[in-house]
Design a protein around this ligand. Structure first.
Ligand SMILES: Nc1ncnc2c1ncn2[C@@H]1O[C@H](COP(=O)(O)OP(=O)(O)OP(=O)(O)O)[C@@H](O)[C@H]1O
Ligand SMILES: [Mg+2]
Length: 170
């Protein structure tokens, strides 16, 4: 938890110019994380499908911040889904959109505005015995903002939560 807080504080206070940036290829950047998540899903008896994978799209940013941002979202999806997670990547050559859908309980419309706040966990999450601290999505939002992008929660077509992560390529 202390590590998470430090990560969040660094993410929120570092100016964009202070962030170590490099040229990255989207397919390489998230390959290992997606592969591991698929394996983990199988172990849990769930299906994680990358319906449209990332291509060798070049983006400039901090590899570890971008990798863990998507990983945090995927980990939540793994935890909260009943059986299915679907991830789709797309680009229009100026930006990347990543949509993560799961078939879990989802998040109410009011809570959807709140889940990016530090320490915020929904009542449904409080009921669960095992659980985190409510910091993951705050870290995701800070990392995405540092890359001039945004992240939004919506209702999922799979009935659970749908998170949309948008990042400019340059
Ligand atoms: N895919 C999802 N489906 C349903 N609720 C979600 C999902 N992702 C996040 N949430 C809700 O948003 C809250 C904040 O998520 P966050 O990842 O920041 O917290 P956390 O520390 O991982 O806690 P948790 O162990 O509950 O995931 C969660 O507690 C949960 O209530
Ligand atoms: Mg979480």
């Amino acid at each position: 938890m202390i590590n998470h807080l430090l990560l969040l504080s660094r993410g929120q206070h570092k100016k964009r110019s202070e962030l170590a940036r490099e040229r990255l290829k989207a397919n390489k950047l998230w390959y290992d994380m997606l592969d591991n998540a698929k394996f983990e899903a199988e172990q849990m008896g769930k299906q994680l499908e990358v319906t449209s994978p990332p291509g060798p799209w070049i983006l400039t940013g901090n590899a570890s911040a971008l990798d863990s941002a998507l990983e945090n979202i995927v980990r939540n999806a793994l935890r909260y889904s009943y059986t299915r997670i679907a991830i789709a990547f797309s680009t229009d050559n100026r930006d990347i959109t990543i949509v993560i859908n799961d078939d879990g309980l989802g998040v109410s419309a009011e809570d959807r505005e709140q889940i990016f706040r530090t320490f915020y966990r929904t009542d449904k999450a409080h009921d669960r015995e095992s659980g985190g601290t409510g910091l993951d999505l705050a870290i995701v939002e800070a990392a995405v903002n540092q890359h001039c992008g945004w992240v939004k929660a919506q209702d999922s077509l799979l009935c659970g939560l749908r998170l949309v992560l948008w990042l400019p390529l340059h």
